[in-house]
Write a protein that binds this ligand. Structure first.
Ligand code: SAH
Length: 230
């Protein structure tokens, strides 16, 4: 190897290690200023947010912005939620390590990765095929072995893997899809953005106790719409 190429190689390696270090520092800052400073206190949620490399889930041009306090475009008119919303929804699910979780709206795969860091298994469905295919490939490449990505309309859930201890829907619905409530396990929790307007939806928590569903309004949120396959 020539002298010059050795120098280039060293510069490249330094750049990449510094890059990873700086992403780690950015994640720590995100956890402290955006999550702990607000109302995120669940230890497993905070640890998952520290561990999952959010920058891997956004397009190249967005990497520098990956840890900012906002949602980001991921292509196909979809977005990856603001870190605070991801953490808030995760925390409200009150996850346990042995849980089986269903997510509707894989998008980039980031939320699925956060869930999979905490629970036993994650089943996630994405309606936009290119997004689902990219997320599946990325999650495999990053070493997540407990996530299954399915392509298609998640309106009817994933009956053959039900019941789920927790269900998270990351696209805004007009009404809660009944099949998802059916697939919620006894004692289970579901979080779903409900409302007519893109920028004003309510995050709803649905719980099942003795077979009965109770719903509760949590916070106001903006979410891309839940769409249906024709
Ligand atoms: N959880 C994602 C963000 C999701 S954005 C992340 O962490 O990146 C919402 C996603 O829901 C979009 O990718 C959208 O295509 C998907 N979606 C909308 N309607 C859907 C449906 N009926 N079934 C499955 N996915 C759906």
């Amino acid at each position: 190897m020539s002298k010059i190429s050795v120098i280039i190689l060293i510069a490249f390696l330094m750049e990449t290690t510094n890059g990873q270090e700086s992403y780690k520092a950015q994640r720590e800052l995100m956890v402290n200023t955006q999550l702990i400073a607000r109302d995120i206190h669940d230890v497993s949620t905070l640890n998952a947010m520290r561990r999952v490399k959010r920058h891997e889930f956004v397009p190249e041009v967005m990497k520098a912005h990956a840890y900012e306090d906002r949602p980001l475009a991921i292509g196909n008119k979809q977005t990856i939620s603001q870190p605070y919303i991801v953490a808030y929804m995760t925390q409200e699910l009150k996850l346990k390590p042995d849980y089986r979780v269903l997510e509707i709206g894989t998008g980039s795969g980031y939320q699925a990765a956060v869930l999979a860091t905490i629970v036993d298994s994650v089943y996630t469905i994405e309606i936009v095929e290119p997004l689902g295919i990219t997320a599946r490939k990325l999650l495999k490449q990053l070493g997540y072995k407990n996530i299954e990505v399915r392509l298609g309309d998640g309106y009817h859930g994933w009956p053959d893997k039900a019941p789920f201890d927790a269900i998270i829907v990351t696209a805004g619905v007009k009404e809660i899809p009944p099949d998802l409530l059916d697939q919620l396990a006894e004692g289970g929790r579901m979080i779903i953005p409900v409302g007519q307007n893109l920028f004003h939806r309510n995050l709803i928590l649905a719980t099942k106790k003795n077979g009965e569903i109770k719903t509760q309004k949590l916070i106001g949120v903006a979410f891309v719409p839940f769409t249906r396959k024709k």
